[in-house]
Design a protein. Structure first.
Length: 80
């Protein structure tokens, strides 16, 4: 098992019950888990997530997670 820390931005924190904006979420996953698996577990659709960053770098849905990773998920921005 691996543990990752997830921070959410925009209105995304409102969707996760008991989300702590200071600590984020600490989640456990099996080895081989991808970013897409993480967003699916959080019930975040692709159109909800503008950018997912893994340790400060933009991550694709197929990017593998690893123990101790820090993930930041930013809400997609809309407007005109």
């Amino acid at each position: 098992m691996i543990k990752v820390i997830v921070k959410l931005y925009g209105t995304l924190p409102e969707r996760i019950q008991a989300y702590d904006p200071d600590k984020g979420l600490i989640l456990e996953f099996a080895q081989g888990t991808k970013v897409a698996d993480l967003t699916q577990r959080l019930n975040l659709a692709a159109e909800d997530t503008g950018v997912v960053a893994l340790d400060g770098r933009v991550a694709a849905p197929e990017t593998s997670l690893y123990d101790g990773a820090q993930i930041r998920i930013f809400q997609a921005a809309y407007g005109g």
